[in-house]
Ligand binder design. Structure first.
Ligand code: SAM
Length: 450
C-alpha cells in the first residue's frame, strides 16, 4: 500500500479490499498520456492506440514536450486525460449531436470539455462556456480560440446567476470542482491538499452548484454531472440527492466500454472510471433528464453591429459589441446570445477575431485560428526554429516577404499573424500566450495538417 496516501482517503475508497489494493498500486504508476485530435485541423502522422470511448482520442507512448510542438499552439490537438473524453460517448449515445441545441458547460476552464463539446455537438449548436473564476477565463478563451471552431460564447458568472436564465439550455454539463482524488498520480501535490473536511466542503459546494443551475435546464433537457474523484460523498450521494430533490429521471447508458463500471445507488445510475481497470484517471459521471413540460422562452432582438465582408465563410457572421470587439458567431445564434448577454456576465460573444475602429476591421489572433475559412491575406511559411521564435514573440530572422500582415504557417498549420516591415518579421502572437521554454531539438511531430 502507498503509505504516503492519507489514511482517511484509503478508508473512503468505495471498493472491496482486494480491488482497493489494485487501485492504490495504480496510483503509484505513471499515468497514460493522451490527446484529442481537432479533426478540422489535423490528422495523425503515425498510427496510435485509440481511446476506446472517443473516436478522436489517442494514447501517446510517452509524454512529449507539447510546448515545443507548433501544432499544439495551432489548436491541432488538445492534451486531455482519457477518462474525461467519456463525455463524447454520452453525447453520441443520447444522440445529442443530431439536432442543433443550446448547451452550457458551467465549470469550463481550462476548456477540455468545452473544446470536446464544440467538436462533438452539431455545428449549428450554441455552446456557452462559463467559468466563474476570473483568472481562469483567459485560459478558457485561449483554448477555445485556438481550437478555432466557432459557435460558442464565454461568460464569467456564478452558477447562482443561471437561475435567471430559466429553461434556456437543452444540455447542461457540470464538471464540478472536486477533491481531485482521481488525479493523485498526475498531480501528487493534490494528495497533500486532501482532507475529509475538504471532501465535505466540495460535496456541499457541488450540491449548491447543481441546485443553482437546475432552473436553467429545459424540461426534457439533459444534465451531465462529473467529477474526477472517487469518494461517494461527492459522487453517488450527490447524484442520489439530486434525484430526490428534483423532478428528474436517471439516464441509463448501454454498451459501456470495457473497464467502465456502472453503479446504481438510490435509483441513480452512475459510471465510474478506476485507473486499475482501464487506461485513464479516476472519473465519475451521471446523467439526468429533467421532467416536466418544455416552456417556450422569449428571445430578444439584440443590438449588435453586423459587419459585412469580414469572412469568406458561409455560416459565419461578424458582430461588434459597443467596445468594438469583433466576434465570429453563427447568425442563427444571435438572438440567444443577445438574451444571454442581458442575464450573465458576457466575456466573449463568440470567437474573438479582431477590433472595429473608425469603420475599419483589424484582425487579431483568433481570426487566423478559424477553421473552414479562406483568407484574403498572404501566408508565410516558417521552419521549426522560426516557428518557435514566433511563438516566443521574438522577431523572426531570415525571412523575405512583401511588407504587411501575413498568416504565419508551419508545416501547413496556421500559427497566427505576423507583420513584415521590410526588414524583419514582427510576431503578433498574443503576448499573454507566448511560450518560454521550447527548443527545436525537443520537437517531435505527432500530427500533420489536413
Ligand atoms: N471542465 C474543465 C475541463 O474539462 O477543462 C475542468 C473544470 S474543473 C474540474 C472545475 C472548474 O470549476 C474550475 O475551473 C474551477 O475554477 C471552477 N469552479 C470553482 N469553484 C466554482 C464554483 N463555486 N462554481 C462553479 N465553478 C467553480
Amino acid at each position: 500500500m502507498n503509505q504516503a496516501l492519507p489514511v482517511d482517503f484509503l478508508e473512503s475508497i468505495p471498493l472491496p479490499i482486494d480491488e482497493k489494493a489494485a487501485l492504490i498500486k495504480s496510483i503509484g504508476e505513471a499515468p497514460p498520456v493522451s490527446i484529442r485530435l481537432n479533426r478540422k485541423k489535423a490528422d495523425l502522422i503515425h498510427a496510435l492506440t485509440a481511446v476506446p470511448w472517443h473516436t478522436d482520442g489517442y494514447y501517446l507512448p510517452e509524454r512529449p514536450r507539447f510546448t515545443s510542438d507548433p501544432a499544439f499552439h495551432a489548436g491541432a490537438y488538445y492534451p486531455q486525460e482519457a477518462s474525461s473524453m467519456f463525455l463524447s460517448f454520452v453525447i453520441h449515445q443520447l444522440g445529442l449531436e443530431k439536432e442543433p441545441i443550446t448547451a452550457l458547460d458551467l465549470c469550463a476552464a481550462p476548456g477540455g470539455k468545452s473544446t470536446l463539446l464544440r467538436s462533438a455537438l452539431n455545428e449549428s449548436s450554441l455552446l456557452l462556456a462559463n467559468e466563474v473564476v476570473g483568472s481562469r477565463v483567459n485560459l478558457l478563451e485561449e483554448n477555445l480560440t485556438k481550437w478555432g471552431v466557432p459557435g460558442f460564447s464565454i461568460t464569467q458568472s456564478d452558477p447562482f446567476n443561471f437561475g435567471k436564465a430559466a429553461e434556456m439550455f437543452d444540455l447542461v454539463v457540470v464538471d464540478a470542482p472536486c477533491s481531485g482524488e482521481g488525479l493523485f498520480r498526475k498531480d501528487p501535490a493534490a494528495q497533500g491538499e486532501w482532507s475529509l473536511q475538504n471532501v465535505n466542503m466540495c460535496a456541499s459546494r457541488q450540491q449548491k452548484i447543481l441546485n443553482d443551475v437546475w432552473p436553467s435546464l429545459k424540461a426534457g433537457g439533459i444534465l451531465i454531472y462529473s467529477t474526477c474523484t472517487f469518494n461517494t460523498l461527492e459522487n453517488e450521494e450527490n447524484v442520489a440527492w439530486l434525484l430526490a430533490q428534483q423532478v428528474a429521471e436517471s439516464v441509463v447508458l448501454s454498451s459501456l466500454p470495457e473497464g467502465v463500471e456502472s453503479v446504481t445507488y438510490r435509483g441513480a445510475e452512475s459510471y465510474r472510471f478506476f485507473p486499475h481497470k482501464l487506461r485513464g484517471e479516476g472519473f465519475f459521471c451521471s446523467v439526468f433528464r429533467k421532467g416536466g413540460k418544455p416552456r417556450t422562452t422569449k428571445t430578444e432582438r439584440p443590438f449588435f453591429k453586423l459587419l459585412e465582408g469580414i469572412f469568406t465563410h458561409k455560416n459565419l457572421a461578424a458582430i461588434a459589441n459597443e467596445k468594438g470587439d469583433v466576434f465570429a458567431v453563427r447568425p442563427e445564434h444571435i438572438p440567444t446570445i443577445g438574451k444571454l448577454e442581458k442575464l450573465l456576465n458576457m466575456r466573449h460573444h463568440g470567437l474573438p477575431v479582431g477590433k472595429w475602429t473608425r469603420e475599419t476591421f483589424k484582425a487579431s489572433h483568433g481570426y487566423s485560428m478559424l477553421c473552414d475559412t479562406e483568407y484574403n491575406m498572404p501566408s508565410l511559411d516558417v521552419n521549426i526554429e522560426q516557428a518557435l521564435a514566433y511563438l516566443k514573440r521574438e522577431d523572426v530572422q531570415d525571412i523575405q516577404a512583401v511588407s504587411g500582415t501575413h498568416l504565419i504557417k508551419f508545416e501547413g498549420f496556421t500559427l497566427g499573424l505576423g507583420r513584415y516591415d521590410g526588414h524583419r518579421l514582427l510576431s503578433l502572437y498574443p503576448m499573454d500566450w507566448r511560450i518560454r521554454n521550447a527548443n527545436s531539438a525537443a520537437y517531435s511531430p505527432i500530427v500533420k495538417a489536413i
